[in-house]
Ligand binder design. Structure first.
Ligand code: F6R
Length: 244
């Protein structure tokens, strides 16, 4: 596990965007796993800005999404599909054939989740998986209690997640279920890149540094991965005490 402690919130997002660009430049056919959430918003802004400035092409990349809500239309304004279309696909001119979304609206969702896993494998696996982290340690929507070998499946969101994300659903009931890549699925990516920003993540970041394979905090499973980079801003990293 590599920890990158940055000097500011802006720098943290720029560092992550820079790592994505580096990956695409060195390997234009990269398969990238995208995450959503507030943490990723400035990352995608920086990515679009820098990609345009340095004319980096994403035309040979493939993309997979980490998760999606179950029970809302894919076109809902707060779906993760809409989020990624608005912030990444459209601004970077990425075609719809280049991305596969978790089949959260499928009738036979279990079979569709299995097919999703197979399409990741058929693409050669994920080269770089982006991740945020929930205050409760969730990765994707693998809530506490998720097992280290879990696969893409329907999950029930916890109170903590519902509370953290309810502002995305003003005036309506927030979905309580999601389809998420499993921890086992995530761990198969060749590189994991997690970003944590803000004070609300400081406690969980401290926790993952001090615990291993702890089902009460799914992010602790990532520490077993040989290419796991965690980028923190000063607030999220404020409780880390790294001995020099
Ligand atoms: C998003 C996702 C979640 C978020 C996490 C943090 O695709 O899978 O794990 O990364 O909930 O969300 P924010 O960034 O809104 O604090």
């Amino acid at each position: 596990m590599k920890i990158v402690q940055t000097e500011s919130y802006e720098e943290a997002s720029e560092v992550v965007a820079g790592m994505i660009l580096e990956k695409v430049l060195s390997h234009p056919e990269s398969v990238i796993g995208l995450a959503t959430g507030k943490t990723m918003e400035p990352v995608y802004e920086a990515l679009v800005r820098e990609a345009k400035k340095s004319e980096v092409s994403f035309e040979s990349c493939r993309f997979f999404m980490l998760d999606e809500y179950v029970g809302i239309s894919p076109d809902h304004k707060s779906s993760f599909r809409t989020y990624i279309q608005d912030r990444v696909l459209r601004p970077l001119g990425i075609k719809k054939e280049q991305i596969t979304f978790p089949p959260a609206s499928a009738v036979d969702i279990k079979a569709a989740a299995q097919e999703y896993e197979e399409s990741i494998k058929a693409a050669g696996g994920i080269d770089l998986q982006l991740l945020g982290i929930g205050r409760n340690g969730h990765i994707g929507f693998n809530e506490p209690g998720s097992l280290g070998d879990s696969r893409t499946r329907v999950v029930e969101l916890t109170e903590s997640t519902l509370e953290a994300n309810k502002s995305e659903f003003p005036g309506e009931k927030m979905p309580t279920m999601a389809l998420s890549m499993g921890i086992g699925t995530i761990l198969e990516a060749k590189n994991l890149l997690m970003l944590a920003t803000g004070e609300s993540k400081a406690e969980v970041i401290k926790y993952i540094l001090n615990h291993h394979e702890d089902v009460s905090c799914p992010a602790t499973f990532l520490k077993e991965h040989s290419h796991f980079t965690l980028v923190v801003d000063p607030s999220a990293g404020s409780k880390i005490n790294l001995k020099i």
